[in-house]
Design a protein around this ligand. Structure first.
Ligand SMILES: Nc1ncnc2c1ncn2[C@@H]1O[C@H](COP(=O)(O)OP(=O)(O)OP(=O)(O)O)[C@@H](O)[C@H]1O
Ligand SMILES: O=P(O)(O)OC[C@H]1O[C@](O)(CO)[C@@H](O)[C@@H]1O
Ligand SMILES: [Mg+2]
Length: 323
């Protein structure tokens, strides 16, 4: 393994830059050549490559976003698109890949490996924390802290105006950001895609709070849930009870940006070094992860066919605390 390509793919996540830096510096430390691939699989198909050196990654550790830029590529989902990407990698003598991205990006690398034998290691970088085989993905801690900061601010207005707020957080089909920002932000209820939510039970809970002189409430809603968006849930609640002055805030992409927390920087640094070492030692079709504070590797087949369990106990705790 002499020349390693590094890229970021899927939604950007705070800490991706720290991971790129770690891959480039560890690669150079182990006498490898490192090639940066711009715009994820889109840039891989087009051959948008650049040689990286120690200085290419100076002053990026603390920055949000990704200096290599990111993309979602439709073409890479096809065997023809992946063949084009592989031809570009061969043309540039790249003999191993380190991709930083979410479950979709990992699946893409797996297909490239199956079809063309390109060795790779995935570094889990997504705010969603929705990849099995690691306790944490890069960006999740920062995004959840950002959500909590926003929730605290909304609470000020909720309290001052006696309002009920529905706050929608990101997480595609994953309730991680919702559960933990909900616990940290003192939400009365947390609605996640992994669990059915009864609107009647929610209204009953809110009414109960109202009777106990609770004048304001925050409900955290994860996007992509079966009960609908925060806007739709708020509407359904309004139809069943006119008791509340109701507002909706969608936090959206502000959760994806900003300077990474210390946790995400350290996680990204550890995972970046481990990915280079793993690839150099012959590991492939695998993802670096963290479990009980230890760096681990998991093969694609072992982890990607199982759902990541949402912590049922966290939901239980949220329910106890929101009486
Ligand atoms: N099943 C698949 N087969 C081949 N390529 C895939 C597949 N799924 C995803 N990809 C590729 O990976 C890219 C990124 O995937 P996706 O948009 O799902 O984001 P992700 O990596 O899961 O990150 P995030 O969820 O944080 O945005 C896709 O645009 C596509 O090019
Ligand atoms: O920025 P885009 O492409 O709209 O994607 C939004 C999605 O990306 C994420 O931020 C990360 O996967 C999800 O939480 C969200 O559903
Ligand atoms: Mg994903």
């Amino acid at each position: 393994m002499n020349r390693i390509g590094v890229f970021t793919s899927g939604g950007d996540a705070p800490g991706m830059n720290a991971a790129i830096r770690a891959v480039v510096r560890a690669g150079i430390f182990y006498n490898k050549e490192i090639v940066g691939i711009y715009r994820g699989y889109e840039g891989m198909i087009e051959g948008d490559f650049e040689e990286m050196n120690v200085r290419s990654v100076a002053n990026i550790l603390q920055r949000g976003g990704t200096m290599l830029k990111s993309a979602r590529s439709k073409e890479f989902r096809t065997p023809e698109g992946r063949k084009k990407a592989f031809d570009q990698l061969k043309k540039h003598n790249i003999d191993g890949l380190i991709g930083i991205g979410g479950d979709g990006s990992f699946t893409g690398m797996h297909h490239l490996f199956l079809e063309h034998g390109m060795p790779y290691i995935c570094i889990p970088g997504t705010i969603d924390n929705d990849i099995p085989g690691t306790d944490y993905t890069i960006g999740y801690d920062t995004a959840t802290n950002t959500a909590v900061e926003a929730i605290d601010k909304i609470r000020d207005t909720a309290l001052s105006h006696n309002r009920l707020f529905f706050i929608e957080v990101m997480g595609r089909d994953s309730g991680y950001i919702a559960i933990n920002s909900g616990i940290a932000g003192g939400a009365v209820s947390i609605i996640i895609p992994e669990e059915e939510t009864s609107i009647d039970e929610l209204v009953e809970k809110l009414n109960k709070g109202g009777k106990k002189k609770k004048t304001s409430s925050l409900v955290i809603v994860a996007e992509g849930g079966k009960s609908g968006s925060a806007m739709e849930i708020a509407q359904k609640v309004k139809e069943k009870s006119s008791y509340f002055d109701t507002k909706v805030t969608i936090l959206g992409h502000l959760q994806r940006g900003g300077s990474p927390t210390y946790f995400d920087r350290v996680l990204a640094s550890k995972m970046g070094v481990a990915a280079v070492e793993g690839l150099d030692q012959g590991k492939t079709d695998s993802m670096v992860g963290i479990s009980h504070h230890e760096i681990i590797f998991n093969d694609f087949e072992k982890i990607m066919n199982q759902p990541k369990d949402i912590h049922k106990d966290d939901l239980r705790i949220a329910k106890i605390l929101s009486i």
